[in-house]
Design a binder for this molecule. Structure first.
Ligand code: GLP
Length: 260
């Protein structure tokens, strides 16, 4: 696991955007895995800016989103479909027909999850999976106790996660109880995992995921088993890392060819 600590979320997001942009330039038919939440917003703003100002071209790409709420129509303002169109898809040239987001209204959810897995395989697998992390350590919507080898499936949200989503739905009671999420096994097959976390409230989850034991109780800890997992975090999210000084030293002393 590579842990890159930046002074703030903005600089961390710009660094993450450079990592994504490099793949987009080097591999015009790359497959990107997108996440939602507040964390990736500055990264998406940077990618939109690179598209507008530098001509970063998404026209050959395919994308897969991590998750979606069950029972929420795509047009609902708090659906992840709406989020993605509002924050990135309307502003880049990624073709609509190659955008994939789990279908929260599927009549046969297990079948649609199998189809989603198949679509990822047919696209050649995900090159970079962007991830955030929940305060309880979840990635995607793989809540604590999720199987470390799980595939795309329906999950029940924990109370903590529903509480955190309450504002978007106008109250906890209106937050859906179920979601469809890529599994931890699905995420682990991505060629690169790029996890972003900002702010003091993420510090415990970051430390447990990066330095704690690998356990289903902290789903993000499975990334310790990934050959190319990069954590890009700000100083506040790094507050509980016991080896923070070492990670900073490593970043500062990288040879030029290894810099992002
Ligand atoms: C949701 C999403 C996750 C995201 C998490 C953290 O649960 N399904 O993909 O990482 O929220 O959200 P935020 O970035 O807003 O803290």
């Amino acid at each position: 696991m590579e842990i890159i600590i930046q002074p703030d979320g903005e600089q961390a997001s710009q660094l993450a955007a450079r990592i994504v942009a490099r793949t987009v330039r080097e591999k015009p038919h790359a497959v990107l895995g997108f996440a939602t939440g507040n964390t990736p917003l500055p990264l998406y703003r940077s990618l939109v800016r690179m598209h507008r100002e530098e001509g970063l071209d998404f026209s050959g790409l395919t994308s897969f989103n991590l998750d979606e709420y069950v029972g929420i129509p795509p047009a609902h303002p708090s659906s992840f479909h709406s989020y993605m169109w509002a924050h990135i898809f309307s502003n880049i040239n990624l073709p609509r027909e190659r955008i994939n987001i789990p279908d929260g209204l599927a009549a046969d959810i297990p079948a649609s999850c199998r189809k989603y897995e198949q679509a990822i395989r047919s696209a050649g697998g995900i090159d970079i999976q962007i991830l955030g992390i929940g305060t309880n350590g979840h990635i995607g919507f793989n809540e604590p106790s999720s199987s470390l080898s799980s595939r795309t499936r329906i999950k029940t949200l924990t109370e903590e996660t529903r509480r955190e989503a309450a504002a978007a739905f106008g109250g906890e009671d209106d937050v859906p109880t179920h979601v469809i999420t890529m599994g931890l096994g699905t995420i682990m097959e991505s060629r690169m995992c790029l996890l972003l976390a900002f702010g003091r409230r993420k510090a415990r989850a970051v430390a447990s995921a990066a330095e704690g034991p690998v356990t289903a109780m902290v789903p993000g800890s499975v990334l310790q088993m990934h050959p190319r997992a990069i954590l890009v975090i700000d100083r506040e999210a790094a507050a509980e890392l016991t080896m923070a000084d070492y990670y900073l030293w490593v970043s500062e002393h990288k040879p030029d060819w290894q810099k992002y």
